[in-house]
Design a protein around this ligand. Sequence first.
Ligand SMILES: CSC[C@H]1O[C@H](OP(=O)(O)O)[C@H](O)[C@@H]1O
Length: 367
Amino acid sequence: MNIDGQPYRTIFPDPDGVSVQVIDQTRLPFAFELKRLATLEDAAVAIRTMIVRGAPLIGVTAAYGLALAMRADASHDGIDRAVATLAATRPTAINLRWALDRVSTNLRQVAPDERFARAFAEAGRIAEEDVASCRAIGAHGSQVIADLHRAKGGDRPVTVLTHCNAGWLATVDWGTALAPIYAAHERGVPVHVLVDETRPRSQGAALTAFELNGHGVPHTVIADNAGGHLMQHGGVDLCIVGSDRTTASGDVCNKIGTYLKALAAHDNGVPFYAALPFSTIDWTLDDGVKEIPIEERDGREVTHMTGRLPDGGFATIEVVSPGSPVANPAFDVTPARLVTGIITERGICEASAEGLYGLYPERRKAA
Ligand SMILES: CSC[C@H]1O[C@H](OP(=O)(O)O)[C@H](O)[C@@H]1O
């Protein structure tokens, strides 16, 4: 998407042909910096430290990371080691495992000296598919916004609340939850986005707000705990969130705090959608609350915050009483019963096995 009129993607091959460039998301919104990933370790560190983040982007980065690993060790053990290293970086987003399986599956049948080129090309295909999928999610989802705009009289913007960052920075381009918003904005449907700051890493305040500013989409950043109140007072027409893993039954795992927004939406009759591509669906799971692994991140993400000083420098400050124990689960699971619908690249379905298998019939379990 655009940054001040200049189109960007979050990850792209370096002109040298043997590495990739990524936007360092730990430096946004106050600094725009690219980082070159040339090795397996570069890719693993980038995912683990959230230089790149967001389920689809994590998958694409892992795919390129496996290719980069082939430059150093293209043996069978080298493939196994690279897959294990990348799979261990973050446990929740299923896109990571999905991408590694897709790239590694046929790699062993290829001659070792062809494995880098084959894996690098496959990673590129995954990236292009992600762009196409997210663009399609935008097209399908923008119709929900357009229909709401008409249903509400067509004389005011549709207010959409979103949580965390599920925009183009979480994918290769377009995004998932934000794709319908971009598409609606570009087709002239007036929208106003309520951006949950999304503690503790503030992906909303730092990344979603950065995206929407860069693309000229009206928005307001709000404290995480304000959403329920705004819904009670008619301030929210629609919620759209992303997902890191959605089960075959429609349970939606997403950034911590999503479940609380879904409860408030349900209590106030606000439609609550999850937007996600096929690569985010885990067809092996049915009970998301019991079965999806929830990443526990470093407590320092809660006890400290990093921001910009008045002189433009960066500083990290402590914001919790020293010595207090901290818990930092990074995701939660919204049961399908609280989800109005799931917006995918193939269309919109109800959050259920019937809905998802209806869009992806080839995934029906063998009888
Ligand atoms: C389109 S996936 C975006 C998804 O990923 C985020 O998690 P993180 O920033 O920790 O990678 C968040 O759950 C978003 O909804």
